[in-house]
Design a protein around this ligand. Structure first.
Ligand code: G3P
Length: 496
């Protein structure tokens, strides 16, 4: 009987489940969007129970659509929105507060205090990260300090913290397993990427009791099995990685120097830097790419907070397009942006600026500006933010990046990828399977149980769909100059 791997991709705006076969092809896919909560400007929350229920629902749907039985699934791989912070009661499994999402800026003040007390170097050296509200540590602190009774309970060992991977694993195993994988741990700002341990000094600095932390394991091993309440079979959960690391693996960027960019809610560019961490001199993050067995790989990362989400905003916030895919047609109606630039700093600016207080801006409006120019400026903003990160990466690596592998929903947009190739002056490659995040998690799970023998076997499954070459005589120099002025204006407008 043919067996399959089920990948669960718990993203920022939707939960997805994809069934893959042995040749790495998609057999069935189910997806469900879930509620976003914005209780105050700059705050973003999810209901952790809804994260779990939407994930469990799509799992069932994908199995049904594939026309298979639970017993046909050899293993499950989990990949997830990273940094998003959930704290729950160990006894009841009930979260003490909503999940605080990675985009949430409420802890910017705590981060400013850490910076002002001179902790930047220490934190970067230990964790590879720059102090920012993006990461889990200050979100944990906020919950312990602001939810009534949480700190007392945490100190008695009654609460558990997890990023979304750990939360799903806990629920799948009916509370038996409290584990996270090393890639997710490396996004908390509490994990030492050199010793590969939770860091006592940072825990003390942020006043976080170690008892709430999950055990850290590799990205490819059996962590536990589904409890049997959900499916008719107990299935091993055998792979976990944060979504961007999973995408790096799914893109088969397994050699030092290989780079991918994922266009999801945000944009995340990662470069494989091999088995030694390099601390960035250009405001990029150093993070753990994956650990398989004892082999560890590190990555440099440029995190852009708003990528595809700007398109969603044009759809839901401005209402100038009816669906996300409609942006390509609208933006194609004009040959340039008509002098309009959009800086989508809705959640501050990530790499390479790291300005927590910046907010979005549209500049260069005239009486001739139309929604088509705004649509074009929105697409360009995704490509131009990516360009800034790529330049920082080249500066850190001391080399020119000749090829960028791309994936994520927005890569269906040919206009975006052509603009991308033009502003980077680099070849942009879209693979045949753009579900690279999910397939990365599937590969990690499959490797753990011998479904695939080794990375070489998987490597042969990666294939290009289309290569975008920089076009001759493009206007990217003008575009880049205008963008730089717009970003500077956005930063100088930002409140301290
Ligand atoms: O670091 C945040 C990232 O993991 C979120 O990814 O795909 O949900 O935008 P995505």
């Amino acid at each position: 009987m043919e067996k399959y791997i089920l990948a669960l991709d718990q993203g920022t705006t939707s939960s997805r489940a994809i069934v893959f076969n042995k040749t790495g092809n998609i057999v069935a896919l189910a997806q469900k969007e879930f509620t976003q909560y914005y209780p105050q400007p700059g705050w973003v929350e999810h209901n952790a129970k809804e994260i779990w229920s939407s994930q469990a629902t799509v799992l069932g749907e994908a199995v049904l659509k594939a026309g298979i039985n639970a017993t046909d699934i050899a293993a499950i791989g989990i990949t997830n929105q990273r940094e998003t912070t959930i704290i729950w009661d160990r006894e009841t499994g009930v979260p003490v507060y909503n999940a605080i999402v990675w985009q949430d800026r409420r802890t910017a003040g705590i981060c400013d205090e850490l910076k002002n007390s001179g902790k930047e170097k220490l934190i970067q050296e230990k964790t590879g990260l720059l102090i920012d509200a993006y990461f889990s540590a200050t979100k944990i602190k906020w919950i312990l300090d602001n939810v009534e009774g949480a700190r007392e309970k945490a100190e008695k060992g009654l609460l558990a913290f997890g990023t979304v991977d750990a939360w799903l694993l806990w629920n799948f195993t009916a509370g038996k397993v409290h584990v996270t994988d090393i890639t997710n741990a490396s996004r908390t700002m509490l994990f030492n990427i050199h010793t590969r341990q939770w860091d006592d000094e940072l825990l003390t600095l942020l006043d976080i009791p170690a008892s709430i932390l999950p055990q850290v394991k590799s990205s490819s091993e059996v962590y536990g099995e589904t409890s049997g309440q959900l499916l008719a079979a107990k299935i091993p959960i055998a792979g976990i990685a944060g979504d961007q690391q999973a995408a790096l693996f799914g893109q088969m960027c397994t050699q030092k120097g290989m780079v991918k960019n994922t266009y999801g809610t945000g944009c995340f560019m990662l470069m494989n830097i091999g088995d030694k961490p390099i601390i960035s001199g250009n405001k990029l993050l150093t993070t753990i790419a994956w650990q398989i067995g004892d082999t560890i790989q590190y990555a440099l990362e440029g995190s852009i907070f708003i990528g595809g989400a700007v398109v969603q905003w044009l759809r839901d916030g401005l209402g100038i397009i009816s669906s996300s895919s409609a942006i390509e047609e609208k933006a194609s109606k004009v040959t340039d942006n008509g002098g309009v630039y959009m800086v989508p700093a809705f959640a501050g600016l990530g790499a390479p600026h790291w300005n927590q207080h910046a907010r979005g801006m549209i500049v260069g409006l005239t009486r001739g500006t139309t929604d088509e120019h705004i649509a074009r400026a929105a697409l360009e903003s995704i490509a131009l933010q990516t360009m800034e990160v790529l330049k920082a990466m080249e500066a850190d690596a001391g080399a020119t990046i000749k090829q960028l592998r791309v994936d994520g929903g927005a890569t269906a947009n040919n206009l975006l990828l052509q603009i991308q190739a033009d502003v980077l002056n680099t070849e942009v490659i879209r693979p045949k399977i753009t579900e690279t995040t999910a397939i990365g998690a599937a590969y990690l799970a499959g490797l753990a149980i011998g479904f695939w023998k080794n990375i070489d076997e998987i490597q042969a499954q990666w294939a290009a769909d289309r290569i975008f070459q920089p076009s001759e005589n493009n206007n990217s120099a003008t575009l880049i100059a205008g963008w730089q002025r717009a970003v500077n204006a956005c930063k100088s407008w930002a409140a301290d």
